[in-house]
Design a protein around this ligand. Structure first.
Ligand code: HEC
Length: 105
């Protein structure tokens, strides 16, 4: 009985440390997609923007999702983003979640 209680306490303790991440699960997977798809190479590792490539950090989540869909459909024209945005298809929400959690230092 003592072992069972101890086991339960340890389980709670370990799940507590796992949840102690600054990013939620959705944002964590968005961060991964943002890096894997190469978005960071233009928009910066932390969404800070590079030269003429715009910063994305801290933008409104819904705004980012909308823009990605507009780029995908071609309604918003940008030769670069019309080519890049289709790769984010199905991952718009997680990428937007991640970028919207980044704050300007
Ligand atoms: C080769 C460089 C490049 C890459 C790679 C790239 N982008 Fe962009 N992105 C741009 C440029 C340039 C613009 C500005 C387009 C315009 O308004 O003409 C832009 C604009 C955007 C915007 C709109 C920002 C705003 O303020 O309205 C979003 C959102 C965005 N990119 C997300 C992404 C995501 C997500 C990826 C990865 C799938 C990505 N970009 C990859 C160059 C890039």
């Amino acid at each position: 009985m003592v072992e069972i209680v101890l086991g339960a306490v340890m389980l709670l303790a370990s799940s507590g440390t796992q949840a102690d991440s600054s990013l939620n699960v959705l944002a964590e997977s968005g961060k991964n997609m943002y890096e894997v798809l190469g978005c960071a190479s233009c928009h910066g590792e932390n969404g800070e923007g590079i030269d003429s490539y715009p910063a994305l950090r801290g933008l409104n989540k819904e705004y980012i999702i909308t823009q990605l869909k507009l780029f995908q459909s071609g309604e918003r024209e940008s030769s670069i983003m019309n080519a890049m945005a289709p790769m984010s298809e199905g991952h718009e929400e997680e990428i937007a979640e991640y970028l919207s959690t980044l704050v300007t230092p």
